[in-house]
Design a protein around this ligand. Structure first.
Ligand SMILES: [Zn+2]
Ligand SMILES: [Zn+2]
Length: 251
């Protein structure tokens, strides 16, 4: 799991020159944290990675990517998986982001360890964010909050008199008639790792999106911004107009 790799990377980088051993308090602490995270996510399958030995291995698996280690001709462990390399590439040279993401993950584990809200199945339409599974679930829990969704819709209706997608302009009521009344997704625009910083979600952090655009936002690990999806929509139309099938230049 990516969250686990991110936390293991943090521990590795903190002790790069001499990593803590299998029986060290640091490794034991991370092992217990990962078990708490497993509980928060509702994962109870036995996973040897979460025992101190597994945690130690995971941490040491990063060594083979570490130039400070390999420059002396050492190779490090060669077992491991391809996610380790991705996590190394995304976070190892950005210690500030790594620290922020790790503390957000730890906060989420703390806050949700005794809560059923985050457990349950992952949404297949949502790519797990670079920041990992627990923060991805937290994002979904927040943007599905009935109270927030109602507040966001009420504010938009008050302002525009109707609900439409902020990226492509789609209006369910206009397209489907009365049955489309009130249909729109709410998306939380703040980066996933900032979600645990405060308890309250501000209305301005929410965007109204049609189901298609919302799906596109979450379609890859690096979630797109509403502006990026809006740009994509515009570019698609431009491309269609520019295609030889439309010599008139009009749709
Ligand atoms: Zn849309
Ligand atoms: Zn969303």
């Amino acid at each position: 799991m990516r969250d686990e790799l991110i936390l293991a990377l943090e521990l590795y980088l903190q002790h790069r020159a001499s990593p803590p051993g299998k029986d060290s308090p640091e490794v034991a602490e991370l092992s217990s944290l990962l078990n708490d995270m497993g509980c928060a996510l509702g994962l109870d399958e036995p996973d040897t990675y979460r025992n101190p030995n597994g945690v130690y291995m995971k941490m040491m698996n990063f060594r083979r990517f570490d130039p400070e280690y390999t420059k002396e001709g050492k190779v490090g462990l060669t077992r491991g998986n391809k996610d380790e390399k991705k996590v190394w590439n995304e976070f190892a040279s950005d210690s500030e982001r790594l620290a922020i993401v790790c503390s957000a993950i730890k906060l989420a584990i703390q806050r949700y360890s005794a809560d059923a809200e985050l457990s349950g199945a992952d949404d297949p339409a949502i790519a797990e964010a670079e920041e990992g599974r627990i923060l991805t679930r937290l994002h979904r829990v927040r943007e599905r909050s009935r109270k927030l969704v109602e507040q966001a819709k009420t504010a938009a209706l008050k302002k525009h008199g109707r609900l439409f997608c902020e990226a492509c302009g789609f209006d369910f009521r206009e397209k489907y008639g009365p049955i489309g009344e009130g249909l729109i997704d709410v998306h939380h625009t703040k980066p996933v790792h900032t979600l645990t910083e405060g308890d309250t979600t501000k209305l301005e952090d929410l965007a109204l999106l049609c189901s298609n655009c919302h799906r596109v936002v979450h379609s890859s690990r690096r979630w797109l911004s509403v502006e990026q999806v809006s740009d994509l929509v515009r570019r698609v139309f431009r491309d269609i107009r520019a295609s030889p099938l439309h010599p008139s230049g009009k749709l």
